[in-house]
Design a protein around this ligand. Structure first.
Ligand SMILES: *Cc1c(COP(=O)(O)O)cnc(C)c1O
Length: 861
C-alpha cells in the first residue's frame, strides 16, 4: 500500500459544504490560490517509453472506454488509442495556449467553411514522434497499430481542393509556430460517401461521428448565441465620451437565435512542441426557444425548432465551385463567422483591449467568399455592441480582413439575393448598403461620368435579380485580395476583377498554393521518405527547398534504382489495397496513369476518357498492334456533386468504359481502367505515391491552382498538363524536359472563343477522334444502348464548353511522347527524380511565408 502524503484533516466535513452558488461560466483565473503545488505545476506529460505508453493505453481503455482488453472491440481499441495519443499532445497544447496568452501578438484567424482534414491518427503520431513507441507498446498487448489506424473514418469536412488547402495551411502555421485559430463548422455529416451501383454514383451519408469522435473537445459552456431574422431599430443615447452629445444608434432585434457550441481540435506542429487550435462550431437550439414552445404543449413544434436550429451544422454542402442559392447555406456562413468573431473579441482577446487597435491582434483570412458576411458582422459588432461610430468601425474593419479568391468561373462567384439577406440578416443588409454607397462615391470621384463602371463595381447587382456580390464586398473591405497561383492572380486582375485592380493595383497579390509535406510525403510515402532521409539527411520535412540537393542523384545509378524500387513498392501497396477495398485486380506491370480530383467538366475527365477509348479502338480495329503499346493502368477517382447531372453521366460513362475494356481479352494486360469509389484524402495518400503519370488537363484559364498536381510532382510522378493554374509554375521549376505540356494556352483559348468554336467541325475533321466518339455513341460500352452515352456525346459534339475536342489531337500526340519516354525507364526515372528535387517550392510552409510577408504581417521577415 502507498502512503498518502497529505494527512486527512479530521475537521473536514465535505457533506455540509455544498455551497448555493449561482452557475458560473467564467474561468478560475488569477483568483485561484491552491495549497497543492501540483495545481500550478506544468501539466504532467505521460512517459515516452514503450511500457509507459502501454500503461497509458490500458488506463484509457479501462477508465476512458470502460472495457477490459479481453472484451474490447476494434472500435474500443481505436478510440482508446486515439485518446492515448491525444494525452501526449495535451501538455503542448495547453502550454502553447498559455504562452500565447502571456505574450499576445497578432494572430491569424483563418475563416473557412471547409477543412478536409483526412485521418488524424497518423499525423498525430508523426507530430509527436510516437509511432515506433506506440507500435511496440500495442504489439506487447497483442494489438496491431496498422489495423487500428485503419479504423479511423476521416473527417471529410470539405469538398476538395479548397478544404484540403485550409487543412494544409493550419498544419504549416503550427509547424512554423505562428499563432493561428482555424475557424469553421463541425458538420455532423461531411462530404458524402460515394458508392457505385450499376456504374452510377450513389451517395451515402457520411456519419463520421457515429462511432465516436476521439479527436474533439466540446465546450458547451462556451456556447455563443447567434441571431437570425427580425428587424432593426434606431434609438438615441449619450455618446459616452463625456461631451454630453447625443448620438443615434441602431440595433438588431433578431426573431430567433441559435447556439454555437465550439468543438476544439488540436493542430500539432511537426515535432516542435506547438499545438494550435481548430475551433469548429456546432449549432444547437437555445433552451429558451425550445422550452417556450415545449411548455405550450406543442411537442412536435419543439422538436421542429430543435431540428431547425441543428440543421445549420447538419451537413456540408456537396458543391464544388458552383454555389447553390440555398438559404441554409447562408445560415451556415453567417452562423460560423458570427460565432468566430464573437469568440475572438470576447474570449481570445484580453479583457478591455481597445478595439480601435483590433488589427494589431488579428487578421482574418477569408477562404473564398463563404465567410465574407463576417465583414458587415464586424461592423455591426463594433458599432452596435461596442459603441463605435461608422468611420471608426470602418477604419478598423478594413484592416482586419483579407480575401482569397479561388475561382475563375463566373458562375462560381457567390451572390446572395437582397431579399434573402434582408430577411435573414436585416442589419447586415443596411450595413452593406452603406458600405456600397460610400464606395460608389469614391468610384465616381475617381472615374467621373463612368456610370457603367459604377454599375460593374457595385456590391449590389441589379440583374438578373438584386443580389449582393460577395467577391466585390470582400475586395472593397479587404486589405489584400489574392489569387492562388501566378496565372490565376494575373487573370483575377485582368478578367475577374479588372475594375478593382485598376483602381487599387496594390491591393492585388498572389500566393501560390502549397501542400503539407508531412502528410503528403512523410505519411503518404514512407519508402520515398526513407530514401530522401538516407540521401540528404533529416529536416527536409520542414525545409522542403532542401529537396534540391537530390538533384545530382538523378545521375546516380544506384540512387535511381532505389528510387524506382520505392515506386514499385508503392504500386504493389496500391494493388493490394484496391484488391481488398474495391475488388479491383490491377496488373503488375506497366505505367500507372492517374486522374484524381472532383468531377467537373472544366477539369476534363472526358478528355482522358477519349484517350483511353481511342487507344482501345485502335487496338481492337487492328490499326495498332497490341504488343507495341505501352501497358497502362488508368486510375480515376472523382466525386460528382449530387445535383450535377452531367458530371454523374460522365462517371457512369467512365465506369462503363472500364467494365468493357477490363473484360475484353483483346486488350488484356495492356489497357486496364480502375475507378475506385469514394476518392478522399485517405485514398489520395495511397494513390498518389504509386502514380507514374499525373493528369492535370483542365482547359487553360479554368483551374485556379490545383494542389493535386503538386502532390504528384512531390511524389515523383511526371505531369501531363495544360498551361493552367500552378501547372505553369511546376513546369517552370521542373523544366520542359520533365513535364509533358499540351493544348492551347489561355490567350489561344480566348482567341478561339472569340472566333467561334465549333466542336462538331473538329470531330468531322479528325478521323481518330471521330472513331473514338463514334464507338462511344454506338453503345459499345453501354450494353448496346446508344441513349446511355448520348448525354455526354451530344454535349461534346454540340456544346463542349471546355473545348475538349479542340485539345484532343495535341493531347494524343503528347501521350505518344509519354510512351516513348516511358520505354526508356532510366530516362523516366531521372525525370521523376528531378520532379521531386525541384518541387520543394510547393510546400504549404512556403505559402504561409508568402501570406505572412505579403498580407498578414508585411513587416515580418
Ligand atoms: C488534393 C486533393 C484535392 C485537390 O485536387 P485537385 O487535383 O487540385 O483538384 C481534392 N480532393 C482530395 C481528397 C485531395 O487530397
Amino acid at each position: 500500500m502507498t502512503q498518502d502524503a497529505t494527512p486527512l484533516d479530521p475537521s473536514s466535513s465535505w457533506l455540509a459544504d455544498e455551497r448555493p452558488l449561482p452557475y458560473d461560466t467564467t474561468t478560475t483565473g488569477p483568483s485561484l490560490d491552491p495549497s497543492n503545488p501540483l495545481a500550478t505545476a506544468p501539466v504532467a506529460r505521460p512517459p515516452r517509453t514503450v511500457d509507459g505508453f502501454a500503461r497509458e493505453y490500458l488506463r484509457e481503455l479501462n477508465f476512458g472506454e470502460g472495457v477490459a482488453l479481453s472484451r474490447a472491440s476494434q472500435n474500443d481499441q481505436y478510440l482508446a488509442l486515439a485518446r492515448t495519443i491525444r494525452h501526449y499532445l495535451m501538455a503542448d497544447w495547453l502550454e502553447t495556449a498559455r504562452r500565447r496568452r502571456e505574450n499576445p501578438t497578432k494572430m491569424v484567424g483563418y475563416l473557412s467553411a471547409e477543412y478536409l482534414l483526412g485521418r488524424q491518427m497518423g499525423n498525430a503520431l508523426l507530430a509527436t514522434d510516437l509511432g515506433a513507441i506506440a507500435d511496440q507498446a500495442l504489439k506487447s498487448l497483442g494489438l496491431d497499430l496498422r489495423t487500428l489506424r485503419a479504423q479511423e473514418v476521416e473527417p471529410g469536412l470539405g469538398n476538395g481542393g479548397l478544404g484540403r488547402l485550409a487543412a494544409c495551411f493550419v498544419d504549416s502555421l503550427a509547424t512554423m509556430d505562428v499563432p493561428c485559430i482555424g475557424y469553421g463548422i463541425r458538420y455532423e455529416y461531411g462530404i458524402f460517401r460515394q458508392t457505385f451501383e450499376g456504374g452510377r454514383q450513389v451517395e451515402v451519408p457520411d456519419s463520421w461521428l457515429s462511432l465516436g469522435g476521439p479527436w474533439e473537445f466540446p465546450h458547451p459552456d462556451r456556447a455563443v448565441t447567434v441571431g437570425f431574422g427580425g428587424s432593426t431599430e434606431t434609438y438615441v443615447e449619450d455618446a459616452g465620451d463625456g461631451s454630453g452629445r447625443q448620438v443615434q444608434r441602431s440595433r438588431w432585434v433578431p426573431a430567433w437565435n441559435v447556439l454555437g457550441v465550439p468543438y476544439h481540435y488540436m493542430v500539432p506542429g511537426y515535432q516542435n512542441g506547438v499545438v494550435n487550435t481548430l475551433r469548429l462550431w456546432s449549432a444547437r437550439a437555445t433552451q429558451a426557444f425550445d422550452l417556450q414552445i415545449f411548455n405550450s404543449g406543442d411537442y412536435a413544434a419543439a422538436v421542429r425548432a430543435q431540428t431547425f436550429a441543428e440543421n445549420i451544422s447538419k451537413v456540408l454542402y456537396p458543391e464544388d465551385s458552383t454555389p447553390q442559392g440555398r438559404e441554409l447555406r447562408l445560415q451556415q456562413q453567417y452562423f460560423f463567422v458570427a460565432c468566430s468573431l464573437k469568440d475572438f473579441i470576447d474570449r481570445t482577446l484580453e479583457k478591455d483591449f481597445d478595439l480601435h487597435r483590433l488589427h494589431e491582434r488579428i487578421i482574418f483570412q477569408l477562404n473564398d467568399t463563404h465567410p465574407v458576411i463576417a465583414i458587415p458582422e464586424m461592423m455591426r459588432l463594433l458599432m452596435d455592441e461596442h459603441g463605435m461610430e461608422w468611420d471608426e468601425a470602418w477604419a478598423v474593419t478594413q484592416k482586419c480582413f483579407a480575401y482569397t479568391c479561388h475561382t475563375l468561373l463566373p458562375e462560381a462567384l457567390e451572390v446572395w439575393p437582397v431579399e434573402l439577406v434582408g430577411r435573414l440578416l436585416p442589419r447586415h443588409l443596411e450595413i452593406i448598403y452603406r458600405i456600397n454607397e460610400e464606395f460608389l462615391e469614391t468610384v465616381r470621384e475617381a472615374f467621373p461620368g463612368d456610370e457603367l463602371r459604377v454599375r460593374r463595381m457595385s456590391i449590389i447587382q441589379d440583374h438578373p435579380e438584386r443580389a449582393v456580390r460577395m467577391a466585390n464586398l470582400a475586395t472593397v473591405a479587404g486589405v489584400k485580395v489574392n489569387g492562388v497561383a501566378e496565372l490565376h492572380s494575373q487573370l483575377l486582375r485582368d478578367k475577374v476583377l479588372p475594375d478593382f485592380s485598376e483602381m487599387w493595383p496594390d491591393k492585388f497579390t498572389n500566393v501560390t498554393n502549397g501542400v503539407t509535406p508531412r502528410r503528403f510525403i512523410r505519411l503518404a510515402n514512407p519508402t520515398l521518405s526513407q530514401l530522401i532521409t538516407d540521401t540528404i539527411g533529416v529536416g527536409w520535412e520542414t525545409k522542403l527547398e532542401r529537396l534540391e540537393s537530390l538533384e545530382p542523384y538523378a545521375e546516380d545509378e544506384e540512387f535511381r534504382e532505389r528510387f524506382a524500387a520505392a515506386k514499385q513498392a508503392n504500386k504493389k501497396r496500391l494493388r493490394e489495397l484496391l484488391a481488398v477495398r474495391d475488388g479491383i485486380e490491377l496488373p503488375e506491370h506497366g505505367m500507372v496513369d492517374v486522374m484524381v480530383k472532383r468531377l467537373h467538366e472544366y477539369k476534363r475527365q472526358t478528355l482522358k476518357l477519349l484517350h483511353i477509348v481511342s487507344l482501345y479502338e485502335q487496338i481492337i480495329s487492328g490499326q495498332v498492334d497490341k504488343d507495341s503499346v505501352v501497358p497502362r493502368t488508368f486510375v480515376f477517382g472523382a466525386k460528382a456533386a449530387p445535383g450535377y447531372h452531367m458530371a454523374k453521366e460522365i462517371i457512369y460513362l467512365i465506369n462503363s468504359v472500364a467494365a468493357t475494356i477490363n473484360a475484353d481479352e483483346r486488350v488484356k494486360g495492356v489497357l486496364t481502367v480502375a475507378f475506385p469509389a469514394n476518392y478522399n484524402v485517405t485514398l489520395a495518400n495511397k494513390l498518389i505515391p504509386a502514380a507514374d503519370l499525373s493528369e492535370q488537363i483542365s482547359l487553360a484559364g479554368k483551374e485556379a491552382s490545383g494542389t493535386g498536381n503538386m502532390k504528384f510532382a512531390l511524389n515523383g510522378a511526371l505531369t501531363i498538363g495544360t498551361d493552367d493554374g500552378a501547372n505553369v509554375e511546376i513546369r517552370k521549376l521542373v523544366g520542359d524536359d520533365n513535364f509533358f505540356l499540351f493544348g492551347m494556352d489561355e490567350p489561344q483559348v480566348a482567341a478561339l472563343q472569340a472566333k467561334g468554336y465549333v466542336p462538331s467541325a473538329v470531330y468531322e475533321s479528325n478521323p481518330q477522334l471521330k472513331r473514338a466518339i463514334d464507338l462511344i455513341a454506338s453503345g459499345h460500352f453501354t450494353g448496346g444502348d446508344r441513349g446511355l452515352a448520348a448525354t455526354v456525346v451530344d454535349d461534346l459534339l454540340y456544346n463542349d464548353r471546355f473545348m475538349t475536342l479542340a485539345d484532343f489531337q495535341s493531347y494524343i500526340d503528347v501521350q505518344g511522347e509519354v510512351d516513348e519516354v516511358y520505354r526508356d525507364q532510366e530516362r523516366w526515372t531521372r525525370s521523376a527524380i528531378l520532379n521531386v528535387a525541384r518541387s520543394g517550392f510547393f510546400s504549404s510552409d512556403r505559402s504561409m511565408k508568402d501570406y505572412l510577408r505579403r498580407i498578414w504581417m508585411p513587416t515580418h521577415d
